[in-house]
Design a protein around this ligand. Structure first.
Ligand SMILES: *Cc1c(COP(=O)(O)O)cnc(C)c1O
Length: 378
């Protein structure tokens, strides 16, 4: 099955009692048992729900994984995954990372004794040098947020495998339509399904897909024991969103390419970060690793200040000033004052994140309208 077919059919079958083509929203907390522990595969809805199962099979199919576990949000999925580690364990991560991941690592897990290093993962020698005997996992995000750097998944997996280190890729920015990390040997893929998978800015949802038995066993245990599970309505919305993932992302990418080229020529712009531009430092790697270059981009202004960024953002009509990404509508944000506000300024700047950086999640509107909107904002 190729991707577009998978996005409609992977793991799906008409519902057994009625033939419903879409799985019903099984709004129940528990299931009748024929005798103690004799049941149709479901006993209590924290542990499992048929609407959730349909979604899990779909995401597993898209990522080429044996299994998937869904959560109430992307950070809930990360939290469950990180609970497989113990005090003293070390996790290697990127210095250009989703702000919420950084907060979860440093403010929730570090106080429990798990150690993290935040490094430039595009520097493979630095990655090798940062591995310690306690390193248990590499946490990879690519393209990175918000600088759109590309991390070489295959190269990191090769380094990790030699030393028995697990690799997880946060695939939120690319979506499986553009990038499937398990094909490069990664052990697990994480999604904030809130973004491209659900795709309509109407649900918060997380997922981990993997064929690694120990990772999946831990996740199932966390689902049951700590219970940050999504409700059936949210699973339904996410599954419904996934059905159009391919066509949405395809259009968004087309639009993003045109916008990147427009910004690249603009006299008030100092730099455009978009892997599809030939001048992007990892353009060639992106061409190998991704099926296309994505619909996220960021740029800095010659007037490098939060004030200038805020002024620009409050002048756009079709780009809504908002956090989040991956929906059908175009969004605009200033990481330094919004998503990455929880990262201290020195650390932000060390990672290359400037005050005027503006991030755009390109939607599926007509690109002429989007470019005209940016033009009047300048
Ligand atoms: C949004 C996001 C998350 C967190 O997911 P939520 O669904 O908001 O909890 C994690 N990683 C990346 C890259 C994100 O953009």
């Amino acid at each position: 099955m190729k991707f577009n077919t998978k996005a409609i059919h992977a793991g799906q079958k008409p519902e057994e009692t009625s033939g419903a083509v879409m799985p019903p929203i099984f709004q129940t907390s528990t299931y009748a048992q024929e005798a103690p522990n004799v049941h149709k595969g479901y006993d209590y809805a924290r542990v499992g729900n048929p609407t959730r199962t349909a979604l899990e099979k779909m995401i597993a199919g898209l990522e080429g994984a044996d299994e998937c576990a869904c959560f109430a949000s992307g950070v809930a999925a990360m939290d469950a995954l990180l609970k497989m580690f113990r005090p003293g364990d070390h996790i290697l991560s990127s210095n250009d990372l989703y702000g919420g991941s950084y907060r979860l690592f440093t403010s929730v897990f570090e106080p429990y004794g798990i150690k993290f290093s935040f490094i430039d993962m595009t520097d493979l020698e630095l990655v090798k040098a940062s591995i310690t005997p306690s390193t248990k996992m590499m946490w990879i995000e690519t393209p990175t947020n918000p600088l759109l750097r590309i991390v070489d998944i295959k190269a990191l997996v090769d380094i990790a495998k030699e030393q028995n280190i697990l690799t997880i890729v946060d695939n939120t920015f690319a979506s499986p339509y553009l990038q499937r990390p398990l094909e490069f040997g990664a052990d697990a893929v994480l999604h904030s399904a809130t973004k491209y998978l659900a795709g309509h800015s109407d649900v918060v949802h997380g997922a981990v897909a993997s064929s690694h038995p120990a990772i999946m066993e831990n996740l199932r245990f966390q689902v049951k024991s700590t219970g940050a599970v999504p409700g059936p309505m949210d699973c339904y919305l996410t599954l419904r969103g996934i059905k159009t993932l391919a066509v949405r992302v395809e259009r968004s990418v087309q639009n993003a390419k045109a916008i990147a080229e427009y910004l690249d020529k603009h006299p008030k712009v100092s730099q455009v970060n978009y892997p599809g531009l030939k001048a992007h430092p990892q353009h060639e790697l992106a061409s190998r690793q991704m099926d296309d270059f994505g619909a996220m981009l960021s740029f800095t202004l010659k007037d490098d200040s939060i004030d200038a960024a805020v002024k620009f953002m409050s002048s756009t009509k079709f780009f809504t000033l908002a956090e989040s990404l991956g929906g059908v509508e175009s969004l605009i944000s200033n990481p330094a004052s919004m998503t990455h506000g929880s990262i201290p300024k020195e650390i932000r700047e060390k990672g290359g994140l400037k005050d005027s950086l503006i991030r755009i999640s390109v939607g599926i509107e007509d690109v002429e309208d989007l470019i005209a909107d940016l033009d009047q904002a300048f």
